[in-house]
Write a protein that binds this ligand. Structure first.
Ligand code: NDP
Length: 237
């Protein structure tokens, strides 16, 4: 385990799935961890009790609440923006408000959170967003808007890396492929179809994604910035 003792870490969207695994990883390494969630009180309480991390209810779609939450954590060492939603379906049938809500959480929130964090982030800080291999490859119908949100993060990461690089702050996207979670269960109805696109035909585990986040956040990640780190079992190959 890399040592994050004394590090101030905020994870947006940490009550479940990949985010919960990231909360566990940094907490186990001694960091002072806080995480947000939107509505899953019981799951958030359980992760907080298990790890000692602080749970904060703050909807990423609410810009004021999001910015206030980031600001209140003070000088961060690590910000992980994991909160994201998935709306799939025929674009001709999907509800426009649902698409706009996804854009709010998946694009607007990461940008505003990253900028707010950078205002008071410690030198050599780390900003990590959870994108998706779908930012590079969208091999089935119905995912256009989701893929758009994850592709947007790529431009953000490249640009902010240059904005904050003089302070040693790195900005990167982790791009998972299918990863076991409520959003994308390993036994779900789309699992076999997704495994068909992969070289390693299984869902990833949250702890595999969390370990990559820890690497990027640790001292050996200092020269990795403006990059997309894809961890997808070959989905995008
Ligand atoms: P889950 O739906 O299992 O968990 C999402 C987490 O984010 C929950 O803790 C949830 O809290 C929180 N969250 C969601 N919306 C908001 C919001 N508006 N405000 C605050 N918190 C919020 O998702 P995953 O773990 O599967 O996905 C995590 C990230 O990884 C997402 O960005 C997703 O797009 C990305 N990803 C996932 C893949 C997968 O196969 N699972 C593949 C590629 C990328 P609450 O429960 O309270 O709503």
């Amino acid at each position: 385990m890399r040592d994050f003792a004394g590090k101030n870490v905020l994870i947006l969207g940490g009550s479940q799935g990949i985010g919960a695994a990231i909360v566990r990883r940094f907490s186990a390494a001694g960091a002072s961890v806080a995480f947000t969630y939107a509505g899953s009180h019981d799951a958030a309480d359980a992760i907080a009790a298990e790890t000692g991390a602080k749970a904060i209810q703050a909807n990423s779609a609410d810009r004021q609440a999001l910015i206030a939450t980031v600001a209140e954590r003070g000088a961060l060492d690590v910000l992980v923006v994991n909160a994201g939603t998935l709306v799939l379906g025929n674009p001709l049938d999907l509800d426009a408000d649902d698409i706009d809500r996804m854009i709010d959480v998946n694009i607007r929130a990461p940008y505003h959170a990253a900028v707010e964090a950078a205002r008071r982030m410690n030198d050599d800080g780390r900003i990590i967003v959870i994108g998706s291999v779908n930012g590079d490859r969208m091999p089935f119908a119905g995912g256009a808007a989701y893929a758009m949100t994850k592709a947007a993060l790529q431009g953000m990461v490249r640009g902010l890396a240059r904005d904050f690089g003089d302070r040693g702050i790195t900005v990167n996207s982790i791009q998972p492929g299918p990863t076991d979670s409520d959003m994308n269960p390993a036994e779900g109805p789309m699992a076999a179809m997704m495994h068909g696109f992969m070289a390693i035909k299984r869902h990833a585990r949250g702890d595999e994604i969390a370990e990559l986040a820890a690497y990027l956040a640790g001292p050996h990640g200092a020269m990795i910035t403006g990059s997309m780190q894809t961890i997808d079992g070959g989905f995008g190959a």
